[in-house]
Design a protein around this ligand. Structure first.
Ligand code: ADP
Ligand code: ASP
Ligand code: MG
Length: 437
């Protein structure tokens, strides 16, 4: 059972988590938690402040974080238990503050220290949830692991056998040398899948603040409806293109072991949520969902002198590789290529590098819109249908065919709400009751 930041955001939320876990005790759950809501962002902010030498801001932010955790612990544990737990939490904050002082003294922030700072969120939240569960009569344990599967079996397995509920922070990890690292933003979902797969779990539950995977982001479109069942491939595609309710990598260890993944709402625990399975049943609607990913930049690379030359694409992709920039959508003509990227910082350096080969232009504030459904290649006129709905919208790039299950295009970022709402109205007015709630 994985509880996201929104599900452990304050004392009330953590108490709901305790209730949900209590209801599952006969199933021998293992609990993976994220940092409390927004904490990872705040940790990264203090790391940046410290890195720029602004020790005061870094420590002020750390103090606020300490207060939030102490207040939550106080509310959850009552005075006696809190006094006992206080030192444990305090020691973590001493370490964090020490680290921030060190970073600001050096005035330099490396990826390694960034990971170290970011790791505190999950360490703190897993301690908090463990303490809260103990205070509410659920015997919890906090394992530390690095050789994950072996240790899952040797350390976590016995706890489960003793009817204990292991609680561990997701997201954070350790290298072989014992250096703290992290597995990418939103990575607690991935941790849950690693643990579930490593333990051969019957199912993996991702608990969050929405009823499940919805036909689109409910914040963008109030008409969004719950999807009851969706395939691994569709869910991964959606997650990748912005349905952040689920981390894309989550599905991998689960696919390999054919373990079903559920997305559930910790604020509405009786709702059935979304079941993610290897093969989705047939759906009468063309699409299962619409995702949108904002803050995209289009990079246009044109090289008239490369007309008909082979190796053009290779040299372009090599440049992206050198700058470690991941590309989402690509469309090409004989002498030009458009690509989308989401890491704005490295683009000027990339452009300077590419300019040796070709003319480069880039333009930010774009968004990728992605429609997902099974067998799209087999449906005649599907593209005409989609773009017919958007006849007044400037479409900057189009991609269909790389996977059978998505139709993707790029538009201006500020058009996202209206485009998503219009497509939702067009394709989800009538819903297949087998698939949608
Ligand atoms: P957690 O803290 O539990 O990890 P996240 O914020 O990472 O939660 O993910 C949940 C959020 O994902 C929801 O609150 C919702 O706004 C957003 N979201 C985006 N697209 C979708 C979608 N298609 N279905 C459900 N939620 C979505
Ligand atoms: N706390 C981490 C983040 O905010 C991991 C997670 O929440 O899944 O990215
Ligand atoms: Mg998340």
């Amino acid at each position: 059972m994985k509880f996201g930041g929104t599900s452990v955001g304050d004392a009330k939320a953590i108490l709901r988590v305790c209730d949900v876990v209590r209801g599952r005790l006969p199933l021998h759950p293992i609990v993976v938690v994220s940092a409390m809501a927004k904490v990872t962002d705040q940790l990264l902010q203090m790391a940046r402040a410290a890195g720029s030498g602004d020790r005061k801001t870094a420590l002020t932010l750390a103090r606020e974080l300490r207060e939030r955790h102490y207040n939550t612990a106080g509310e959850l544990l009552g005075t006696a238990l809190f006094t006992q737990f206080h030192g444990d939490l305090g020691a973590e904050f001493e370490e964090l503050e020490e680290l921030l002082r060190g970073i600001s003294a050096v005035g330099e922030l490396t990826p390694r220290t960034t990971d170290h700072v970011a790791s505190f969120g999950e360490v703190l939240s897993s301690k908090l949830v463990t303490a809260a569960m103990s205070a509410h009569g659920i015997e919890a344990a906090t394992p530390l692991f690095d050789d994950t599967n072996a240790r899952l079996t040797s350390l976590v397995g016995p706890l489960v056998d003793q009817d204990r509920v292991p609680v561990m922070g997701g997201f954070i990890a350790s290298t072989h040398k014992g250096i703290t690292t992290t597995i990418g933003r939103g990575g607690s979902d991935f941790s849950a899948a690693i643990v579930g797969a490593g333990m051969g779990a019957d199912k993996i539950e991702i608990w969050t603040d929405v009823d499940g995977m919805m036909t689109t982001d409910p914040n963008l479109c109030p008409d969004a409806r719950r999807i009851k069942t969706i395939s691994f491939d569709e869910a991964a595609e959606l997650a990748y293109f912005g349905a952040k309710v689920l981390h894309p990598a989550t599905v991998l260890p689960a696919i390999q072991k054919n373990i079903p993944v559920y997305i559930l709402n910790s604020r509405n625990p009786t709702c059935e949520g979304t079941r993610i399975v290897a093969r989705a049943p047939h759906c009468k609607n063309f699409f299962k969902a619409i995702a949108a990913k904002k803050r995209i930049t289009i990079v246009d690379v044109a090289a008239p002198r490369m007309l008909l030359a082979h190796g053009f694409l290779k040299s372009i992709f090599e440049a992206f590789d050198r700058h470690r920039i991941a590309v989402d959508v690509v469309s090409t003509s004989e002498v030009s290529v458009s690509l989308t990227v989401d890491s704005n910082e490295s683009i000027p350096a990339l452009a300077a590098d590419l300019e040796r080969l070709a003319d480069v232009k880039y333009e930010g504030r774009k968004a990728i819109v992605c429609l997902v459904g099974e067998n799209l290649r087999e449906i005649p006129g599907i593209a005409a249908h989609v773009f017919g709905e958007l006849s007044d919208v400037k479409i900057r790039m189009i991609s269909q065919g790389a996977s059978e299950i998505n139709l993707t295009f790029v538009i201006d970022e500020d058009q996202v709400p209206s485009v998503v709402q219009r497509l939702h109205k067009a394709f989800f007015a009538e819903l297949d009751p087998e698939i949608f709630a």
